[in-house]
Design a protein around this ligand. Structure first.
Ligand SMILES: C[S@@+](CC[C@H](N)C(=O)[O-])C[C@H]1O[C@@H](n2cnc3c(N)ncnc32)[C@H](O)[C@@H]1O
Length: 355
């Protein structure tokens, strides 16, 4: 199986070069309106937003910034296949403008835009990101009633174009191979994520903070949850290329769009990490599954089914054809890379203990 990965330099507000219905899943994190690190980006996109901020008119700036993002969501809606998903990681903005502290609900404004576009709004995820900052409590301290709740979460909004995706017989077969383990479903389809663990492919902390990158585990998980092997995943705000890397590691094709040429170059380079990320995640998944099965058997519980591809017991019949494919070879193209995928090399599987 072969996947293609392209990181394009461009403006997310104009994705007209990409054809209608060519994308199965969008995973993205836009610049956050009214979060100070993105004021410059919005100022470039919208002089009206810059002028409003200069005049300390937060409400006008908030709306002008979101109007830039509205154009991106409209393109995503056009690009998605019927039944395709749009997953948006966004944080609200807690900010003092013109001497007044307020929360600017970016997630709510994006959901409003999605409803206007006719997208189906589905239950979302709260991504909990605890802060260690000593000054994290805001406002009047121990004195009522002027203190503010500490803001330690972001959202992953889950939207779908229309109803469930229609699938051909070949799609249904791919879907079976793309299945998750029962225990992965239980953890990932929770509305609270506080367990996004790091991987060896993480960017150093400085690069991550400067670029507003999310941990690669976030797009990786969404890709397992909402797409099939060989699907196409888009990130219109590609940044450091975390979504493209996660897609390449997961046997999905990808398109990333990013306006900053330095980040375009970095995102393309990061694709080189897809083989190690893919192997690491496949090994970890199988190892964790074997541990779960061992623990269940020790506790006298059953694992009623068998996955012949991986030669492991599984809990449900839906996991019987679950296949772990990993990148086996990567070759560079002008805009990114082509990746060949296959089963993990035997030593990786043989090294895993199983009671
Ligand atoms: C929150 S960051 C995304 C980070 C990305 N998820 C990652 O893991 O690296 C938003 C990105 O959008 C880019 N950006 C801002 N405005 C843009 C526009 N109009 N078109 C394309 N990219 C844009 C910024 O340069 C930045 O890299």
């Amino acid at each position: 199986m072969r996947t293609e990965h392209r990181i394009l330099r461009g403006d997310a507000r104009d994705l007209s070069a990409l054809p209608d219905g060519s994308v199965h899943l969008v995973v993205t994190s836009p610049p956050y309106p009214l979060v100070a690190m993105w004021d410059g980006a919005f100022g470039q996109m919208s002089p009206a937003a810059a002028a409003a901020l200069g005049a300390e008119d937060a409400a006008t700036a908030f709306e002008a910034m979101h109007q830039q993002l509205d154009a991106v969501w409209a393109h995503c809606q056009r690009l998605l296949v019927d039944g395709g998903f749009l997953c948006v990681n966004i944080g609200d903005a807690a900010r003092t403008v013109g001497g007044r502290f307020a929360l600017w609900p970016n997630h709510a404004r994006i959901l409003t835009a999605a409803l206007r576009l006719g997208l189906t709004v589905l239950p979302d995820v709260l991504w909990r990101k605890p802060s260690n900052a000593p000054n994290k409590f805001m406002g009047s301290g121990m004195l009522p009633a002027g203190a503010y709740v500490t803001y330690e979460h972001e959202y992953v909004l889950i939207l779908r174009k229309g109803g469930p995706r229609e699938m051909s017989a070949a799609d249904r077969e791919r879907r079976q191979r793309s299945a998750m383990f029962w225990e992965e479903r239980n953890a990932w389809f929770s509305d609270l994520w506080s367990d996004l663990k790091g991987t060896r492919q993480e960017l150093d902390r400085g690069t991550r903070e400067r670029s507003g990158a999310f941990p690669v585990e976030l797009p990786w998980r969404l890709i397992q949850m909402y797409s099939l092997y060989e699907d196409v995943v888009l990130d219109p705000f590609a940044g450091t290329g975390s979504t493209a890397l996660a897609a390449a590691a997961s046997g999905r094709s990808s398109v990333g769009v990013e306006q900053d040429p330095a980040l375009v170059a970095l995102a393309r380079q990061r694709l080189a990490q897809a083989p190690s990320l893919g192997r690491e995640r496949a090994e970890d998944r199988l190892y964790a599954h074997r541990e779960l099965i061992s623990a269940r058997l020790r506790a006298g519980k059953e694992a009623a089914h068998h996955n012949a591809v991986l030669d492991v017991p599984v809990i449900t019949s839906q996991e019987c054809q679950l296949t772990l494919l990993v990148p086996r070879a990567l070759s560079w193209t002008e805009e990114g890379a082509t990746v060949e995928h296959g089963p993990p090399p035997p030593p990786a599987q043989a090294a895993l203990p199983f009671a």
